[in-house]
Each structure stands twice: as structure tokens, then as C-alpha cells.
Design a binder for this molecule. Structure first.
Ligand SMILES: Nc1ncnc2c1ncn2[C@@H]1O[C@H](COP(=O)(O)OP(=O)(O)O)[C@@H](O)[C@H]1O
Ligand SMILES: [Mg+2]
Length: 489
């Protein structure tokens, strides 16, 4: 479909009328199985030559025009039938020869605006020789003829705003056509319309019935007949079927004598829409499930640990359980607020809570002091960081306050975490005032599981550095870069 500049003699309203026709005439070409051309004369009062301003090919039949006709000028003398139809203001039809010698049936349909003729629409098709028409062809062509009469009377296209906004996904003839009478009773249903209605659950014979009587909750047919205007509506049927129903009334002298109802199964389109809308909800749901799964694994480990007597195996299972729980925490936060960035402070508070409970279970209760704000960290940083922090806090409550020392008094025990997040780099210090690290401890060489894990996560996954030393207790310093937040929703 193409559009050329309309002549100067046309008023803006008249141009709109012509453009509206060309916006919705795809369905007309489909209905008549023929090429349509729109011709505008050079002079409205005394046409001499006709300019082709639009062309549309049928999707239901091969085209007669391989070439683009838009922009061509057809001298009135060459096709007197144009002028005749214009002068009469009526549909005129004749058989003509193309330059190629081909015989074609040429129908000229004058296009009336509010007060005068604006154009001639031609419908060109091969003369139907020896081709027996089926019911579908007969009904479609009859429907086209009704639209053609409306065009001559200035009743089509309809002037209403909805049309444009819906044009992107308005149904096409190929999707499914119902023809109803002036009471909304089905007189014809194309095979695709029958299939669409079957999917809606309508299995009864619907000829002669109205859609409402068939259990289709579509009021658009009744409304379109009432208002004598097209109405588009979407019918939904659980679990997920969506049908776009567009009713275009067929008028005769302003009164609806029936309507063409185009039905299109938009289930897949809607599913895609819903997917987009619910992407956030889906991510949330995924994190929620991951969290639940991790919690299940951690309770399995706890149960299994309880079956072992005190000792190495049991401790290992308890540690594994704790690590999994700290990862589950991150997913829990993400399940509430999915995004690229996570406020780590909330995760830390839960980790601190876990450590304080562990401290109580060791009979050395302690409150962990938090200074500074962890700020936002990318989601991919949050998980390894949660595991690291859980290990360091656990070590403090487990190892710092052992043996003789002032920490035997509850008030003398201190554990703290300091944050410094400048948006590009996160610095964290984890400290306690306990016994300090064993003589000769070197974090880069340690083979004990907890701290090897911490070291490998900080250096490997967080691309950072770790320093550990003793100074009135144990001091751990971490520093790593924060990747810039991505724009990926
Ligand atoms: N905050 C701390 N205070 C004192 N000693 C610690 C501290 N953190 C770690 N350590 C020492 O480092 C060792 C290794 O720690 P880690 O790798 O976490 O193994 P685990 O906690 O299983 O013993 C601990 O056994 C402990 O001796
Ligand atoms: Mg440890």
C-alpha cells in the first residue's frame, strides 16, 4: 500500500477521508480477491487526467499488477470509463484490454466525501472464466459489493478515532470472517472463523444464532449495529485464549443492514504481552523458588547432621548448611525487590543475626556493631559477598573469644563491621577484640576451608583483595571494585 500526495483541490477533511479509505482497504481487496487502485482527478469539476494515489493487492488472490502504479497518470481519454463513473457518480463496470493484451474486468467505484466525489476506486480482476465460485467467494464478493455501495454513498470509511490506533493489529479477512444480519444473527462463517469459535468452545451450529446466544461474551456486534459504527473488542476465555473481534456495520442509507465481523486469535500476541508485563514478577518468583530450594537443602543437611555424633562430619554439615542459608538470604531479598542492584545492608543484618545466634549457642553472646552503609551492590556481587561475610562473622564469634582473656566478660566482647561504599569501590573491615589469629597465619596460604573459600571468592569472583592481621584482635580488610549497574531491565 502506498500513498502519494493528494491534489491541492482537496480540503483537509477530504484528504482525511481518502487516507482513511486507504488505511482500511486491505480488507476490501481481500474480500473482492482483486487489486484496488485509487485514482484522483486533476480537477474535481472537470476531470481530464487521473492520478493513481494508492494501490493495494489482495492477499487472497494473485495480483494483476506486478508494477507499482502509484504516481502514474492515466489520461482520461485512455480510460473513458473513469470519467463516466465520475460523471454518473455510480459504479460502472466494463471489460477492458491491458497493454499486454490481457482482458480484465474493470469496476469503477466513485468515492464520495461529505459533499462531493473525491476519487475513483478501481477493482481489476481477471474475468472469471470456467471458475466455479464456492460459498466463501460468493459471500466475500457480496460483502465487498455492500462496502462498495457504502463508498459511493460516502458511508465508508467510517470516521472515528479508534480505527487508527487499532490498525496495527486489527483483524484481516484471512483471520476469520463472520457475516451477520441486522439482528446480529450469523449468516455466514468462514472456515477460519469457525475454527476460532471452536477454540472459544462454541461447537453448536451457529448459523442463525447470535454470538451472545452461543455463549460468546461479545457485545461488540450489538453495539456496532446500534451505533452504526465499527466496534472492536477482545474476548477472553480462561485459561488463556484471546480473540479480537472487530465488527464493521454494513449500512444502507445510513441504516445497518448487517455487519462483517472479523475475528482474530490473538492468544499468542497476548501471551507475549503478558510475558513482558510479568517479567519482573517472573524474576521475583524464580528467586523465591531458588530461596525455597536452598532452604530445603539446608534443612536436609541439618537433619543429616543431627544423625551424626558430635565430630568432624557433623560440623562439616553444619557449616555447609550455614553457607547455603546465607545464599538463600540473597535470593530472599531479590525475590522481594528484583533488580540489578541490591541493598546489601539488609542482607548483612540477617547474616549478623545468624552470627549472633551462633555466638549464643557457643555461650559467648555478642552484639555485632555495624558502621557505615554497605549501599547498593550488583546482584552478582551480593551472593559471593554474603558467603564471605557469613564466614568472617562466624569465625569471629567462633574463634575470637576462646581461651583466657578479658572477653570472658560479656561486656568486653566486641565484633564489628565497617563499610565504605563510594559507588565504584567497596571497602569492608571485619574486626573483633579477641585472641587474634594464630602465630604465622597467612591468608594467602591457608588451606582451612572457611578462609580459603573467603580468599577465593574475594580474589576470584569479586576481583578484590583481602588482608588479615592481628591488632588487639583480628582485623580483616576487603576491597573490591563495584561493576557499574547495567541498563538491562
Ligand atoms: N576472628 C578470628 N579470631 C581468631 N582466630 C581466627 C579468626 N578467624 C579465623 N581464625 C583462625 O583461623 C582458622 C581458620 O579459619 P577457617 O578457615 O574459617 O576455618 P574454621 O573456622 O573451620 O576453623 C581458625 O581455625 C582460627 O584458628
Ligand atoms: Mg570458619
Amino acid at each position: 500500500m502506498a500513498d502519494a500526495t493528494l491534489p491541492a483541490w482537496m480540503s483537509p477533511d477530504e484528504s482525511d477521508h481518502v487516507r482513511a479509505l486507504m488505511a482500511s482497504w486491505g480488507m476490501l481487496a481481500d474480500l473482492c480477491f482483486a487489486d484496488l487502485l485509487l485514482l484522483v482527478p486533476d480537477d474535481a469539476g472537470n476531470p481530464v487526467d487521473f492520478h493513481a494515489v494508492g494501490q493495494v493487492r489482495p492477499s487472497t488472490n494473485p495480483t494483476l499488477y506486478r508494477e507499482d502504479m502509484v504516481g502514474r497518470v492515466i489520461p482520461g481519454a485512455e480510460r473513458p470509463v473513469f470519467k463516466r463513473s465520475w460523471a454518473l457518480g455510480q459504479i460502472v463496470e466494463e471489460e477492458v484490454s491491458h497493454a499486454t493484451g490481457e482482458r480484465v474486468r474493470l469496476q469503477c467505484i466513485p468515492v464520495r466525501g461529505r459533499d462531493r466525489l473525491l476519487a475513483v476506486m478501481t477493482r481489476e480482476s481477471a474475468p472469471t472464466v470456467g471458475r466455479r465460485q464456492g460459498e466463501l467467494e460468493r459471500v466475500y464478493v457480496e460483502t465487498f459489493d455492500r462496502f462498495a455501495r457504502m463508498i459511493v454513498n460516502g458511508e465508508f470509511p467510517f470516521h472515528f478515532e479508534e480505527e487508527v490506533s487499532l490498525s496495527g493489529e486489527s483483524p484481516r479477512v484471512g483471520d476469520g470472517v463472520l457475516v451477520v444480519d441486522d439482528k446480529g444473527r450469523v449468516v455466514y462463517a468462514s472456515p477460519n472463523a469457525v475454527s476460532a469459535l471452536h477454540r472459544l468452545g462454541v461447537t453448536s451450529n451457529f448459523e442463525g444464532a447470535r454470538l451472545e446466544e452461543l455463549g460468546v461474551e461479545a457485545t461488540s456486534v450489538a453495539r456496532a449495529l446500534e451505533a452504526a459504527l465499527p466496534v472492536t473488542e477482545e474476548v477472553e476465555r480462561r485459561p488463556d485464549l484471546s480473540l479480537l473481534v472487530q465488527t464493521i456495520p454494513l449500512l444502507e442509507n445510513g441504516r445497518p443492514t448487517g455487519a462483517m465481523v472479523l475475528v482474530r486469535d490473538v492468544t499468542d500476541l497476548r501471551r507475549r504481552d503478558r510475558l513482558l508485563v510479568s517479567k519482573d514478577a517472573t524474576i521475583r518468583e524464580v528467586h523465591h523458588r531458588v530461596k525455597n530450594n536452598l532452604q530445603t537443602i539446608s534443612s536436609l543437611l541439618r537433619l543429616q547432621g543431627r544423625r551424626l555424633g558430635p565430630g568432624g562430619g557433623r560440623t562439616a554439615l553444619e557449616e555447609a548448611e550455614r553457607r547455603i542459608r546465607s545464599i538463600a538470604l540473597v535470593h530472599e531479598i531479590l525475590s522481594r525487590d528484583p533488580g540489578d542492584q541490591v541493598a546489601f545492608g539488609e542482607i548483612l543484618r540477617s547474616l549478623v543475626h545468624m552470627a549472633e545466634e551462633a555466638a549464643t549457642s557457643f555461650d559467648r553472646p555478642v552484639r555485632v556493631q555495624i558502621k557505615g552503609d554497605a549501599g547498593e551492590v550488583p546482584a552478582e556481587v551480593a551472593t559471593p559477598l554474603a558467603v564471605v561475610m557469613a564466614e568472617l562473622l562466624q569465625n569471629a564469634v567462633e574463634h575470637a573469644f576462646t581461651g583466657e582473656g578479658p572477653w570472658q566478660e560479656r561486656d568486653r566482647r566486641q565484633v564489628g563491621v565497617d563499610f565504605d561504599n563510594d559507588g565504584t569501590e567497596l571497602r569492608i573491615r571485619v574486626w573483633d577484640n579477641g585472641v587474634g589469629l594464630p602465630e604465622g597465619f597467612d591468608v594467602s596460604r591457608t588451606v582451612s576451608l572457611g578462609l580459603s573459600l573467603v580468599r577465593d571468592l574475594v580474589i576470584g569472583q569479586l576481583q578484590g583483595q583481602i588482608m588479615m592481621g592481628s591488632e588487639g584482635g583480628t582485623r580483616v580488610a576487603l576491597v573490591f571494585p563495584l561493576p557499574a549497574p547495567t541498563d538491562l531491565g
